[in-house]
Design a protein around this ligand. Structure first.
Ligand code: ASP
Length: 587
């Protein structure tokens, strides 16, 4: 080794020992006669010291040549420091340098390599290897490593085996576009990168593997939304001979184990919420349940009093914000502006202040009496001092809008504490989802998800499609969908029927999924599984909003890696070899 110790190791117990350290220069302080240099490695910081007249002249000379991020190797003696730093494990000692060698100089780094950096996102991504030298980012990746290790430990202990599935496959629909890879050996044909290993893990169940998992890269060519990565990692799992209940137990176990191991937290059992209830009470299939503020529907109380907006609305629904009756005009205007933003799209916001003196003040006083408002307040379980916020319109839209407003109020009231965790299962998802634009049904989870057995007859009646429930479930933590899965179809006739409902002709179904359906004819066991978004899970454990800082080399919001500059054009020769002619070449 080029060192005897690392930079977080030495203390008063090592006094007078001769040591060798190798690390990066963090800070330099030239006090004239005495020079102090802090060196840093991934373990910590150690202070070096050299003094004119005392240290060898070549040491002084080299110390004066150093710059930030130079890599040095130093030999010296551990001595007690005059002014100690109680915040550092090495804060009581320093190294009296006897020999120093510059192993590699460094250009001036483009940003500060400190916990608080002055580097903007772009610069940090361009020099990601320097960004990763920062403690905060490196710690995120250490956390990621620990979560991966704990996951493997838990799943291994439960009899799961990790199996790698191929990356060059053909389309597995998870609702996004595929990334395609041209095949040189089969001109004009393409592989797809897996959106998930879904079909392969099901085939492993047909093979009798019983319990499979994989921490695996998945690829989805989606329009980029904030904090989405075109390639991301899943904890992908599948089990044979299980019911939904078995899967929920097993993976609630995994997440509780991770919280225990990583955060030292014992979580209570995860509540279950039906999809329909989640939509009705929170307007979302991933409600943030760190706080209450459930929706209260007001249709029967508000209609027929001459207020046209409510009279014509399909749904009038509100939330009660505790202790907010004192909101000023300005604050209420802000909330109105918030819901009117194009991304949210509400036409307006009705408020009712439940004043401390028992009176009410609302934005619809013209239409409603104090008695009316009192009824609303009672229904919404409001107390004196509370503020009712009410939206109206088409059911699905208004629920989405109120969901945003509820989260905003949660933020404003400080109810979304990053160090508090509220986990739950959303169950009983619809099997199919109607798309207004395409005028057809899509699988809400994916085409391999099994309908609830009792709903099977509804598959024969198109008008009932929207009412079919699936054995599909999501795990939600703090308003984030961290995982989702389902019990699968495992019989060919049902899979064929499902694909036909989804608009596949028998030929298309056979061409795309013939291999899976054929496998179902060779003794496929009942099976089901789940996949967790691993990057998201890591950011949640790390108390961060963004997944990017938990991925070593992420892509930016435009799907680019600005460090290696990818994607990039390829040469004409490569294109020719692949038989590809570009029609819309970028200028
Ligand atoms: N393959 C699914 C997904 O990526 C998860 C599953 O159904 O197990 O969401």
């Amino acid at each position: 080794m080029l060192r005897t110790h690392h930079c977080n190791e030495l203390n008063l117990q090592h006094l007078n020992q001769k040591v060798t350290l190798a690390a990066w220069v963090k800070t330099l302080r030239d006090k004239g006669k005495i020079i102090f240099v802090d060196i840093r490695d991934k373990f910590g910081i150690t202070q070096l010291r050299a003094e004119e007249g005392k240290s060898p002249p070549e040491v002084i000379e080299t110390m004066r040549k150093l710059g930030r991020e130079f890599v040095v190797q130093v030999t010296g003696t551990v001595i007690e420091r005059a002014s100690k730093n109680p915040d550092l494990p090495t804060g009581e000692i320093e190294i009296e340098v006897e020999h120093i060698q510059i192993l590699n100089p460094s250009k001036v780094p483009p940003f500060l390599i400190e916990d608080e950096t002055d580097g903007g996102e772009d610069l940090r991504m361009r020099y990601r290897y320097l960004d990763l030298r920062r403690n905060t980012i490196r710690k995120n990746l250490e956390l990621r490593h620990r979560i991966a290790q704990a996951t493997r430990h838990y799943l291994d202990s439960q009899g799961f085996i990790e199996v790698e599935t191929p990356m060059l496959i053909k389309s597995t629909p998870e609702g996004a576009r595929d990334f395609l890879v041209p095949s040189r050996m089969n001109l004009g044909e393409f592989y797809a990168l897996p959106q998930s290993p879904q079909t392969f893990k099901q085939l492993l169940m047909v093979s009798g593997f019983d319990r499979y998992f994989q921490i695996v890269k998945c690829f989805r060519d989606e329009d980029l939304r904030a904090d989405r990565q075109p390639e991301f990692t899943q904890i992908d799992c599948e089990m044979s001979f299980v019911t939904q209940e078995d899967v929920l137990q097993m993976f609630e176990g995994l997440i509780r184990y991770l919280f225990q191991q990583i955060k030292g937290l014992e979580l209570p059992a995860f509540p279950r919420m039906r999809y329909d209830d989640a939509m009705r009470l929170y307007g979302s299939d991933k409600p943030d349940t760190r706080f209450g503020m459930p929706f209260v529907e007001l249709n029967e109380l508000v209609k027929g009093k001459g207020f046209q907006v409510f009279d014509s609305a399909e749904l009038v629904v509100g939330i009660c914000a505790k202790g907010c009756a004192e909101y000023t005009r300005k604050q209420l205007d802000e909330l109105t502006e918030f819901v009117k933003r194009p991304q949210i799209g509400a036409k307006g916001l009705v408020y009712v202040k439940c004043n401390a003196d028992g009176t009410f003040k609302s934005s619809v006083d013209k239409f409603y009496t104090e008695t009316d408002l009192q009824q609303w307040a009672t229904k919404m379980q409001a107390e004196k001092g509370d503020l009712l916020l009410i939206l109206s319109g088409e059911t699905n839209k208004v629920r989405k809008q109120l969901c945003e407003l509820r989260l905003e109020m949660g933020n404003r009231l400080g109810l979304r504490d990053k160090n508090q965790y509220s986990c739950l299962w959303i169950i009983d998802f619809p099997l199919l989802e109607y798309n207004e634009e395409d005028k057809r049904f899509y699988a809400m989870h994916h085409p391999f998800t099994s309908p609830k057995p009792e709903d099977l007859p509804l598959l024969d009646n198109e008008s009932e499609y929207a009412n079919i429930k699936a054995n599909a479930y999501d795990m939600v933590i703090n308003g984030v969908e961290v995982g989702g899965g389902s019990i699968r179809i495992y019989q060919r006739p049902l899979q064929e029927k499902m694909l036909s409902i989804l608009g596949f002709s028998p030929e298309e179904a056979k061409a795309q999924f013939g291999f899976l359906m054929e496998a179902f004819e060779f003794g496929a066991p009942p099976h089901g599984g789940i996949a967790f978004g691993f990057d998201r899970l890591c950011s949640l454990f790390g108390g961060a909003d963004t997944i990017r800082d938990f991925i070593a080399f992420p892509k930016n919001n435009a799907g680019r890696d600005v460090m290696i500059n990818s994607p990039a054009p390829i040469s004409q020769a490569q294109l020719d070899e692949l038989g590809i002619r570009l029609v819309n070449k970028k200028a």
